[in-house]
Design a protein. Structure first.
Length: 300
C-alpha cells in the first residue's frame, strides 16, 4: 500500500487549469521531492492532499484512506507544514502544541511535545507567546505542530523559505531521522541542493502536469550529463561546438554539455583547430538544478 496514492487529480480555477491529471504513487518510507516553478500546481496539490481543497476529479489516498470519503483517518495519518506562517497570537508555544494534540484526541502528550521542541531548539521558547517569536521560530513551531500526533506521512511545503542556515540544518537533521525511522516525507522546495541531498525520488510539475518522475540519481545521470567549463585566454568558441553550449557566463568562459568523457578530446581538438588557448578547464558533474532548468526550458 502506498503512503500517498494520487490518481488522475484535476483542479481548475475558472480558466486556469491548476492540475491537469496528476498521478503519483509515493511509497512508504520514501523521502520524495515535489519540484516545479511558481504556478506549477505544487501548493494546489498539497492542499488537496491535506483536505483543505477538493479536486474536481480524481482521488487521493493517505495510507489507503481517501481524503474526502475517509477524511478523519486520512488526516490522522498526515502532518503538513504549510508555506504560510499561520499561528494564534494568544498562546505560548507549549499551549499551541497541546491544543494541536487535542485536535487529534491525544491526552498526556507532553513527553513527545518536549522531545519535538528539543529537536527543533524550541525548549527555551516553550513558555513564550507566539506573537513574540521571530519568523524562524514561528516556522519551527509550524513543524512541531505537524508532528505532535506522530503522523506516518509528513508533507513539508517550502519549510525553509526565508529561514537561517542554522534552522535549515536543525530541521533536516530531525526530519532525516524521522525518515530513517520509517516516516514518509514529501518535500517541496526552491532550494534544489536540498532536494538533491535529501530526496530519493523526485517528481517535477510544469503547468499542472508531471513532466519528470525518477530517482534523483537517475534524473541527474540520464537528463543532464556533465559540464565542461572552459575559460579561454585566446579565441572564441567555434561554431562547431555551439550546439553543446549551455551557458556563456562571461566574455571568455563557456559551459558545454558532455554526456561522456570520450566527448572531451574532440572538443579540445576543435578548440585547437580554431586557434583557441585554454586558460582553465574543469569537468563538473551536472546537478539537479541543471536537470530542472533543462526540463522547465524544454517544450515551451
Amino acid at each position: 500500500m502506498a503512503a500517498i496514492q494520487i490518481t488522475n487529480v484535476e483542479k481548475r480555477y475558472q480558466s486556469l487549469q491548476a492540475l491537469g491529471g496528476v498521478s503519483l504513487s509515493i511509497e512508504e518510507g520514501e523521502f520524495f521531492g515535489l519540484l516545479g516553478p511558481n504556478g506549477a500546481g505544487k501548493t494546489t496539490l498539497i492542499s488537496i492532499i491535506s483536505g483543505l481543497n477538493r479536486a474536481d476529479s480524481g482521488s487521493v489516498k493517505i495510507q489507503g484512506h481517501d481524503v474526502v470519503t475517509d477524511y478523519r483517518a486520512a488526516r490522522r495519518n498526515l502532518g503538513v507544514v504549510p508555506q504560510e506562517l499561520v499561528f494564534d497570537p494568544f498562546f505560548t508555544v507549549r499551549e499551541t502544541l497541546r491544543m494541536q494534540s487535542g485536535y487529534y484526541g491525544l491526552k498526556n502528550n507532553d513527553k513527545w511535545i518536549d522531545e519535538v521542541m528539543g529537536h527543533l531548539d524550541l525548549t527555551n521558547k516553550a513558555d513564550t507567546n507566539m506573537r513574540a517569536l521571530s519568523g524562524g521560530m514561528k516556522r519551527r513551531v509550524l513543524v512541531a505542530q505537524a508532528l505532535v500526533h506522530k503522523p506516518p506521512v509528513i508533507v513539508l511545503d517550502e519549510p525553509t523559505a526565508g529561514v537561517d542556515v542554522e534552522l535549515r540544518q536543525t530541521l533536516w537533521k530531525f526530519i532525516a531521522s524521522l525518515n530513517k525511522e520509517g516516516h514518509t516525507v514529501v518535500l517541496t522546495t526552491h532550494y534544489l541542493e536540498e532536494a538533491q541531498a535529501l530526496c530519493n525520488r523526485i517528481a517535477m510539475l510544469k503547468f499542472g502536469k508531471v513532466v519528470a518522475l525518477d530517482s534523483t540519481s537517475a534524473l541527474i545521470k540520464r537528463i543532464a550529463g556533465s559540464q565542461l567549463v572552459l575559460r579561454l585566454s585566446q579565441g572564441v568558441l567555434p561554431d562547431s561546438l555551439k550546439d553543446l553550449l549551455m551557458h556563456h557566463t562571461s566574455t571568455n568562459e563557456y559551459v558545454l554539455r558532455v554526456n561522456d568523457y570520450a566527448e572531451v578530446e574532440p572538443i579540445l581538438a576543435a578548440l585547437r583547430t580554431a586557434g583557441c588557448t585554454i586558460e582553465d578547464m574543469q569537468l563538473k558533474q551536472a546537478d539537479l538544478e541543471d536537470v530542472f532548468l533543462q526540463i522547465m526550458d524544454g517544450g515551451k
